[in-house]
Design a protein around this ligand. Structure first.
Ligand code: C2O
Ligand code: CU
Length: 493
């Protein structure tokens, strides 16, 4: 087994060009923490759903070659097949079914882990026929981060689709929808973690003004869907990028590429570092940033996305790795592992200036707040173990009633010793502070509440009335009850 340190030293010293690349092994060691069982805190991760793995899988090519995956740019990097809207409309079928070729516990949309990428424009109509061929449990579909109606057959997670049934979802994407990276995944309470960690996830790209900025429009546009942990044939832990273990990502010295990175894991964090290549972040959770920010580390909790620009360095091989994370939280601790390998080679190109000013948006920190709430995320020693404000999720109970159009400030308090990534449907929020420290001005739909800590957000409940949910996006926690219902009512209706 190739150790991480060995890869690291190759990364630092390896020679020149794309022809001289490391042999990928892709096996990474993960300590007991992530997959550990026992104790209250481990309940969520115990639901990761990767039991009973065996099968004839070659360690270098997990999931065989998913049907429809393509080399989008013709340079060897494999991405999910892209289904693109035309004349304002995209209609697709997503059949969820066991993926026996990938492994006994794997499940796929359209026989592909991850599922096909849906590429739409602001103002488009997106229709998805969800077919449940899982063979047992209910499923359904959530378009994570999308600002669309939560009612009827739009982003309504109260709908459950039984085995053998088809449900026709229809989403009217507003003409002013923020452009960026979104995703779809099952949201069937009680089964979410198992289905997402089995592989059910895919990306949605909404095109818009960010794509038209001259410094961005011309760039190679890559998608990296991060998933895992999966168990390989020898019970080794695997993290996948677009269904592959440690793929190579080619770049030319000086070339700038746009990477859209999605953490589609049900429960794992990715604490990303790309050796000697800073991340120039241009978008968070499907929202363009007002200003780009250069980061050495990119921490993505479950469901979080980041869009970054990467500029190819001197010819060589550079590891994209997830650094160790949450060492002080035994139930969530993850060791360092390899994610992918950047290979800089070929004809150098003149490095372009990176953009700084991007797309502005209302700064909620200077706006008048209509309502303040405090919402407490808890882990209890007696039921409900995973709770919000003392209660486990109940789909018929409304926990927060909000007026349409209101600007609210929510203080999200975590009284447990674990991280809980907070997510709310339909409307994005601006993070005011985490543990009292102000954050750069970004809009997000998922953000971490630190252990025994506090996250303060502001959000405006615009455009859509109806019922939807907020929850912890560690899906094992959500399935165990850490979810609440918000109802937006129109006071003038
Ligand atoms: Cu990505 Cu309510 O979830
Ligand atoms: Cu949680």
């Amino acid at each position: 087994m190739q150790s991480i340190d060995e890869t690291e030293s190759r990364g630092a010293t390896a020679g020149r060009g794309a022809s001289n690349v490391v042999t990928r092994r892709g096996f990474v060691k993960v300590g007991a923490g992530l997959l550990g069982a026992g104790g209250v805190a481990a309940i969520g991760l115990g639901a990761v759903g990767i039991g009973g793995v065996s099968g004839a899988q070659d360690g270098a090519t997990p999931g065989a070659t998913p049907i429809g995956d393509v080399d989008v740019d013709g340079d060897g990097f494999i991405e999910p097949r892209v289904l693109t809207s035309a004349d304002g409309f995209l209609a697709v079928k997503l059949e969820a079914a066991p993926d026996a070729a990938a492994g006994p516990s794997r499940v796929a949309y359209e026989q592909s882990i991850p599922g096909p990428t849906l590429r739409v424009k602001q103002g488009d109509q997106l229709n998805i026929a969800l077919v449940n061929s899982l063979g047992g449990d209910d499923t359904n579909l959530h378009v994570h981060g999308m600002h669309v109606s939560p009612k009827d057959n739009s982003d309504n997670i109260f709908v459950h689709v039984a085995n053998g049934q088809t449900f026709n979802y229809s989403y009217a994407i507003p003409a002013d929808h923020p452009p960026g990276l979104y995703w779809y995944h099952p949201h069937s309470h009680g089964d979410s973690s198992q289905q997402v960690s089995g592989g059910l996830a895919g990306a949605i790209l909404v095109e818009g003004a960010l794509d038209d900025l001259p410094e961005i429009a011309a760039l190679k546009d890559r998608l990296l869907v991060l998933q895992g942990p999966f168990l390989g044939p020898d019970h080794q832990v695997q993290y996948l990028v677009n269904g592959q273990i440690n793929p190579e990502i080619p770049i030319r010295p000086g070339e700038t590429q746009r990477w859209r990175i999605l953490n589609a894991s049900a429960n794992a964090f990715f604490n990303l570092q790309l050796v000697r290549h800073p991340f120039h972040e241009i978008g968070t959770d499907g929202n363009p940033r007002p200003e780009a920010e250069t980061k050495e580390l990119l921490l993505l909790g479950p469901a979080e996305r980041s869009e970054v620009l990467i500029q190819g360095g001197a010819p060589g091989i550079y590891e994209l790795r997830s650094l160790s994370w949450a060492e002080d939280v035994p139930s969530q601790a993850q060791p360092q592992f390899v994610v992918a390998t950047l290979v800089s080679g070929g004809e150098p190109v003149q490095a372009m200036a990176l953009p700084t000013t991007l797309i502005d948006r209302e700064d909620l920190s200077t706006s008048v707040v209509d309502v303040e709430r405090t919402i407490v995320f808890q882990e209890n020693s007696a039921a409900p173990v995973f709770a919000i404000d003392g209660k486990a999720f109940a789909m018929d109970r409304v926990d927060q009633t909000v007026n349409l159009g209101a600007l609210e400030e929510w203080t999200l308090r975590n009284t447990s010793p674990e991280w809980h990534p907070f997510h709310i449907h339909v409307n994005d929020f601006q993070v005011m502070s985490r543990n009292g420290r102000p954050e750069p001005r970004t809009y997000e739909d998922t953000s971490r509440i630190p252990p025994n800590g506090e996250l303060i957000i502001r959000t405006r409940f615009t455009d859509f009335d109806g019922k939807f949910v907020y929850h912890c996006h560690i899906l094992g926690h959500e399935d165990a009850g850490m979810m609440g219902v918000v109802e937006v009512v129109d006071p003038n209706a």
